[in-house]
Design a protein around this ligand. Sequence first.
Ligand code: ADP
Length: 181
Amino acid sequence: MNTVNGTSKKIVAIQGDITQQAVDAIVNAANKSLLGGSGVDGAIHRAAGPELLAQCRLLNGCETGDAKITKGYNLLAKWVIHTVGLIWRDGNHGEKKLLASCYVRSLEIAAEKGLKTIAFPAISTGVYGFPVELATPIAIRTVKEFLQKNSSIQQVIFVCFNDQLFEIYRQLLPQILSESN
Ligand code: ADP
């Protein structure tokens, strides 16, 4: 498996499948219904099994930019944090702010639960159409800033599902992590 470490070992990018990650929590790029969907959402529900959907039904959906947590059921991860990104329009409709909010809310929930290791997919960059070149710096900077303020989370893993995405993280992660704020 390809990996790239940031200067801070706390934040890493790997190429792989998020459903296979043995971490405390994986983050799901869900939709507002929280009742399953395509892409990473579908993969997580398939791997977790039907109990995940049963628990999601009790959550009454989730607002865009917010997150909710469930158990991980058949996954290696004990928890799934479901967050809802915004469908990309042109970048002038709050997309960037809401994407950052997805990362912050997911990390806040993880920290509240005392979780130490969290894996993220590239939220909103699939069906929701957020350009990867714009989403990746937002994802990295938001996580970096959160971890600077919060010391309880030990590792955040960006799980890149394809070569192109991993290449972008491979380039940007060391660069952004070495920037002084
Ligand atoms: P969204 O609707 O938020 O855009 P998608 O699931 O369509 O969500 O895509 C988000 C990202 O998740 C994309 O980069 C996609 O390649 C990636 N992805 C899809 N399946 C997996 C998986 N099993 N593990 C990790 N990432 C995945």
